[in-house]
Design a protein around this ligand. Sequence first.
Ligand code: GLN
Length: 506
Amino acid sequence: MTDATQHDIIRTSAAAQAAALVAGEISSEELTRAHLDRITAVDDDLNAFLHVNTEEALSTAREVDSRRAAGEELHGLAGVPIAVKDVVVTQGQPTTAGSRILEGWIPPYDATLVSALRTAGLPILGKTNMDEFAMGSSTETSAYGPTRNPWDRDRIPGGSGGGSAAAVGAYEAPLAIGTDTGGSIRQPGAVTGTVGVKPTYGSVSRYGLIAMASSLDQAGPVTRTVEDSALLHELIAGHDPHDSTSLTDPVGAFAAAARSKDVKGLRVGVIEELEGEGFAPEVQARFTESLEQLERAGAEIVRVKCPNFRYALGAYYLIMPSEASSNLAKFDGMRFGLRVVPEDHPTAENVMKATRGAGFGDEVKRRILLGTYALSAGYFDAYYGSAQKVRTLVQRDFAAAFEQVDVLASPTSPTVAFRLGEKVDDPMAMYMNDIATIPANLAGTPGISIPSGLAEDGLPAGIQFLAPARADERLYRVGGALEALLEDSWGGPLLAKAPELMNGAK
Ligand code: GLN
């Protein structure tokens, strides 16, 4: 493959790469190698990957090539490489969740979604960087250094899944897996000009995800196009007996919905509580223009009130730390990864103390303290119990809104990517990034973020659509249609407008 072919192929969609494989224009080994070369060229700068899986990825690719040559019937995405967020366990490959406490741990099994990727023949390029245990909005709480935004290396790529979003945005991978507990797929998508989907809770198995907050966590696709997200979602969704909250529904026709490009008669509700104060003017302007595009294509735009959304952030920061404080109790220096043995009195309790003290970062400790406090006797009703009541109110707001409209819309994130270090010492300012994404996690409903255009400082902004539980197809329908309308107006994908690192010769 010439350098020019390599340059072009990694910039196409996963669907186009899959088609090139089927047509015999390229082998999976060449395609995988092209992405590995790209990682070698740019990842010292970006730090999107914590671990690159060169040998295993190439051997999967060669195996798919020989199965194809033998005329075997293969999955539609067979041979297209993928990156996986480091909170998802991979047998035989390191998995750290961005934490020092898991350094050196090699999982003995695959997450269900990883098994699905392997069965379908997708070479796994490696594991992507993230905020420690998925706590953060900037990837700066990773114990392994921050990931940088490919649009501007002095900016954050969003979080917690900044590594997956940056890898896809910088053409290091055509597809990636993220997880979204409060916005960690959608917000990184918005600030890197990529597409991210948080499926309905239970659509994708949580077996093998290192749990942060079990009632909120959901894995989903990170891609450059809506159709690619739909294809990947179809592959990783489905019932799993290992996850008691896994849905038994048949998997929807997401890709067909993404290709339909038809929004005539679709009722889109603009959430009044998620605009105005706190939202950057240009982010807001791109949002409004996107709605105008949809209206011209035949959608009906309606204003909708969700009065309890203003309490969602507060409720999330009680429920999430409460669940995390319990989930993280298993990192005790006995079973996984790091063990620090103090010289003085190395009792089990002291080993546990020293290990947790050295292995967890500040944000993780902050949330364990918060969660333990919120759950403690005497405070439970005032904090955790009240937060659960707010959760019910948020669910009722969604139910009332979806009586009037088919999907809801808001800007995904209030601002474009901020500078590295800008909010790292101000947890409250950091938490505000998820003001628009958190309600869907509290309600278990699905959401998608797609690029809405360039906003402040020439950086990408995102628009989010939300649908009722189990109606993920609607997200692909509206997302696919808007993507096509916007790309027509821009004369191509938004990512093609990104400066140097992504499109330069390097
Ligand atoms: N930024 C949010 C948090 O810090 C959401 C994280 C996530 O979705 N994993 O909790």
